[in-house]
Design a protein around this ligand. Sequence first.
Ligand code: GLV
Length: 308
Amino acid sequence: MALLYKADPQRGQLWQQMFALHAPDIEFRQWPDIGNPADIQYLAAWQAPDDLATLLPNLKALFAISAGVDQLNLPSLPAHLPVARMLDPGITQGMCEYASFAVLSLHRDMLRYRQQQQTGTWQAHALTPASQRRVGIMGLGQQGCAILESLKPFGFQLSGWARSAHGLAGVRSFHGQDQLPAFLAQCDILICLLPLTEQTQGILAHEVFAQLPRGAALINMGRGGHLVEPDLLEALDSGQLSGAVLDVLQEEPAKGEHPFWHHPQILLTPHIAAMTQPESAFTVLLENIRRHQRGETLLGQIDRQSGY
Ligand code: GLV
């Protein structure tokens, strides 16, 4: 019985060592050296190979190596195939670190001070206390909830919005389409952590920006597909938004001429907010394989209908 790994080859070597050490009964194979396809029961992948059903006829489960699964092209996968998201605590740690960095950068005006440094301008601006800064998260899954917890010690006013109701201590919670306007109206800093689905594609657009308080800022740590990029430029130009921290783009890697590269009010990073850490993710993946072998539901198993 074999597991096929199809993601970053360098980190694949680490995965391989861990399987050899802790689960020698599972043969680890790394894409593209798949050997006899009939042996492969499990696939751990960032992107699934085309024509999965024909290529791997005995595949029993697909484990995404990532927290998001939109890049897997779910509708193209066999309907019966269980698919699990990666619930690596290492990803959550990375997301919390990045969110703190991004929120604090915007809260403490770092985009403006970066510009001032470039022009040799020594000028202080008024400091808004964290207790007067309202930070709202769209998407209250594992990452969103962990990030809210990690932001609590700073003393921000925290809120969250999701499709369904969530009761989170110390967080103003909003849910459903009806409550979206009320949520947006009180976000000085909006963080997008939604899964990318048909419903959330292009959600960060003019209509949403217009409902934020004037001068609000945006952090996109979800997927590039959430953001309508020309609408962000327009909102920054008009002053409706004051800044943005973006870790994801519609098209990655960004082309050299992408307008975000040199935009003074945009801080752009190359999809690095979090990375699956084989050291911590291995335990989760192995537990999931064992669960599958025992006939149990997988950790992070996605609902094929809703797509997350
Ligand atoms: C990275 O983008 C992930 O989904 O884990």
